[in-house]
Design a protein around this ligand. Structure first.
Ligand SMILES: Cc1ncc(COP(=O)(O)O)c(C=O)c1O
Length: 362
């Protein structure tokens, strides 16, 4: 049983640990979502997000988890006679390829082994076939702890395939890793708030380029809940199409103030420092699951080279320190484990978790 007065500290790769002052934001009084006060809250939040994401284009708030925008990007921006190239390098990128198919659109997968990166060269080779109108990319593959070289990919795309739309899942990347939306030339990017924003799950931030929004006007079967045209229409009044989770938006507003005050480059730096510590710790005791150059700065996936019983170590750390870290994901369960280092935690927090694992593993 969870002791609600003494909740566990989460170092799983989402939902991550949420600080008490952030939780308090979720219990403020409720506003009417068509009123002036809400519009102010919405506008202020979106304006801060535009700074954080380095964009002057559209930023929308969806009361859903990020998977909704997996679907939204496809249903809004891909015509039924077009084909999407889905890049697949782990559980989440694989799943997105399935989602494209389930939306009734044509998809071809560009697969690499789990733990390998999807490189600009691989994408270039595939796109040179000339039959794709959009690609899906996962910035940070949470199952393998791998960061794809999205800046290199984007440079290549801008030069060689400027007409191919780029949809990016930045679920475990946004605010933890650099993200300059306009400069990268992306068309849709999104993240749910339970990762580096360090807010409880239930809301997703997403940005849409002007050209993607324009294209969506003519795409049939956009559906209702994730219709980008509806989001754009309501954004003009600083509103969302349907009743949003206002408590989440209050918490997001609060977190955005903190991010802007800390300075987003400093936030990325803090993540880099925490990652460097964990990677070093992991290399001395175990091994990194991915090539170091691609190992993520928001979570580390560690190869269980010592054959520890991961579940037992997780249970022991939880019992003694009320702190949870993550087992491997899907087929990587037990052969890897994951430590998340994103959100409002500090290097000191991360050092503690590593020490507690050491105490159990010896
Ligand atoms: C990379 C990535 N994409 C998508 C998802 C799905 O996000 P959500 O659970 O918010 O729908 C996750 C969840 O962990 C993820 O890590």
């Amino acid at each position: 049983m969870v002791d609600w007065k003494n909740p566990p500290r989460l170092f799983i790769p989402g939902p991550v640990h949420v600080l008490p002052d952030v939780l308090q934001q979720l219990s403020r009084y409720t506003l009417g979502h068509r009123g002036k006060e809400y519009a102010q809250l919405h506008k202020e939040t979106v304006d801060m997000l535009k700074k954080i994401l380095f964009t002057e284009q559209n930023v929308f708030l969806s009361t859903s988890s990020a998977s909704g925008i997996w679907e939204g990007a496809i249903r809004n921006c891909v015509d039924s006679n077009e084909t999407v190239l889905a890049t697949c390098c782990g559980a989440f990128s694989d799943k997105w390829a399935d989602v494209v198919k389930s939306c009734g659109k044509n998809v071809e997968a560009l697969k690499v082994e789990w733990g390998q990166a999807t490189t600009a060269e691989l994408i270039d080779k595939k796109l040179s076939e000339g039959k794709y109108s959009a690609i899906t990319l996962v910035y940070n593959e949470t199952s393998t702890g791998l960061t794809n070289p999205v800046y290199e990919i984007s440079e290549m795309m801008k030069k060689k395939y400027p007409d191919v739309l780029v949809f990016v899942d930045a679920v475990s990347a946004m605010v933890g890793l650099p993200l300059h939306f306009d400069q990268l030339g992306w068309d849709v990017v999104f993240a749910s708030v339970q990762k580096a924003f360090a807010i409880p799950p239930g809301l997703t931030v997403f940005a849409v380029s002007k050209r993607a929004l324009e294209k969506s006007k003519k795409v049939a079967g956009r559906g209702y809940y994730f219709d980008f045209q509806e989001f754009a229409k309501c954004a003009e009044k600083d509103q969302t199409p349907t009743t949003p989770s206002i408590p989440h938006i209050m918490a997001l507003n609060y977190q955005c103030h903190k991010l802007v005050n800390e300075g987003i480059e400093n936030v990325w730096k803090r993540h880099k420092e925490m990652a460097a510590y964990v990677k070093n710790w992991a290399k001395q005791r175990f091994a990194l699951f991915c090539e170091e150059k691609y190992a993520s700065e928001t979570l580390t996936t560690i190869k269980n080279t010592k054959g520890i019983v991961v579940g037992d170590v997780i249970k022991a750390v939880q019992a003694k320190h009320n702190t949870a870290f993550g087992n491997g994901y899907g087929k990587l369960k037990d052969v890897t484990f994951r430590i998340a280092h994103m959100g409002d935690i500090t290097l000191q927090d991360v050092k503690e978790v590593c020490q507690w694992i050491d105490d159990e593993v010896k």
